[in-house]
Design a protein around this ligand. Structure first.
Ligand code: NAD
Ligand code: IPM
Ligand code: MN
Length: 354
């Protein structure tokens, strides 16, 4: 029996509500298969923990996580703790500390999922965003000078390294080649005359190694417009940290909503654990009300199954999500239903078992 050691951080708001459902899905896939199992260790880290201890995770938190194959995370952030502290001391600390430099976010409109776009071929919404996840606009480099004074100045510097750009763009090309798809490079080189011009240059260099992969280039403002007007243009999308962040909430909106959008933070070399999480936040507006949609976290569980070497269960779990959407009789309010997270998960698990 193969046992996967997984660190679980439910986090804040709806995080624990959805992650507990995703754990049920993982356990059920393992039970149905019979040849692998999960050993979950749950960590009570997050904003409540911070208000009690002054820290988002213990001093040896990263050491504790490093003893696992993967991290499964809900969401981080709560009113009462500044977001830049809670996120930088937990979520972003893990992404950076474990060099999870690829953030893989599928934007695929499953059958039955709600879509606000009119006159768009539903099957055309089928892309995967490769977001740079370790540097760029999220490098945390800057300064805050002359605080509160007349001459106050704030700097937030982007950091774009050759290694950082190359490995992300190369990952996107490898993925596109393996899928037989195109790569769209999304930047803003007309205005960001250092960072994005450099990124485009690295893109052109890497592209030379992949003459078989079709490429497209968009400025991020126009790309946002085409995500809505003509999403079928995009197959594999590669973008910097901040642009990837913004584009994937837009992507979520056209492919079923925040309640369905999944993400994987990968350290492809497997030197450190990778982390799987829905891309949504802690949704304080609906936390504790039984309204949270668990499908995004279950889809991230599917991504974890794939990463752990169980692609057949990854696909079966995604199919079970799709069956639940097609049936349409057991969905959360964000999808027009009246079920709660546990009931939606019951439905998913019943399709998984079929
Ligand atoms: P959010 O994603 O939490 O919520 C945006 C909207 O989507 C809200 O109306 C919310 O109710 C809805 N929503 C999100 N997930 C849902 C789900 N599973 N089911 C049903 N509805 C859902 O974004 P926000 O409101 O901008 O941020 C709230 C907090 O979360 C902030 O503290 C923010 O910093 C943090 N945040 C954390 C993460 C993360 O941990 N990965 C991601 C984004 C935001
Ligand atoms: C996401 C989130 C995070 C990000 C925030 C909470 C720091 O929005 O995972 O998309 O910007 O990466
Ligand atoms: Mn985001």
């Amino acid at each position: 029996m193969q046992t996967h050691k997984i660190a679980v951080i439910g986090g804040d708001g709806i995080g624990p509500e959805v992650i507990s459902q995703g754990m049920r899905a993982l356990k059920e896939a393992a039970r149905l298969d019979g040849s692998f199992a999960f050993d979950f260790t749950e960590y009570p880290w997050g904003c409540e923990y911070y208000l009690k201890t002054g820290r988002m995770m213990p001093a040896d938190g990263m050491d504790q996580l490093s003893r696992h194959e993967a991290v499964y995370l809900g969401a981080v952030g709560a009113p009462g703790v500044p977001d830049h502290i809670s996120l930088w001391d937990l979520l972003l600390k893990i992404r950076k500390g474990f060099d999870q430099y690829i953030n893989l976010r599928p934007i695929k409109l499953l059958q039955g999922a709600p879509c606000p776009l009119k006159d768009v071929d539903r099957r055309a919404i089928d892309m995967i965003v490769v977001r740079e996840n370790s540097e760029g606009e999220y490098a945390s480099a800057g300064d805050w000078l002359f605080r509160g004074q007349e001459n106050e100045v704030v700097l937030q510097t982007g950091v774009f390294s050759r290694k950082g750009c190359q490995r992300t763009i190369r990952y996107a090309f490898e993925l596109a080649r393996s899928l037989g798809k195109s790569v769209s490079n999304i930047t803003k080189s007309n205005a960001l005359n250092y960072s994005m011009v450099y990124w485009d240059q690295i893109f052109a260099e890497v592209a030379q190694d992949y003459p078989d992969v079709p490429t497209h280039a968009y400025l991020v403002d126009a790309a946002s417009m085409f995500f809505v007007k003509d999403p079928g243009r995009f197959q594999v999308v590669v973008a910097s940290n901040l642009f990837g962040d913004i584009l994937t909430d837009l992507g979520a909106a056209i492919s079923g909503g925040m309640g369905l959008a999944a993400g994987a933070n990968l350290n492809p070399e497997r030197k450190y654990p990778s982390m799987f999480e829905p891309i949504h936040g802690s949704a304080p507006d609906i936390a504790g009300k039984g309204l949270a949609n668990p499908l995004a976290s279950i889809w991230s569980a599917s991504q974890m199954l794939e990463f752990l070497g169980h692609p057949q269960w990854a696909q079966k779990l995604l199919d079970a999500i799709e069956q639940t959407l097609i049936a349409g009789d057991c969905l959360t309010p964000d999808m027009g239903g009246s079920a709660n997270a546990a009931q939606v998960t019951d439905a998913v698990l019943s399709y998984l078992a079929q």
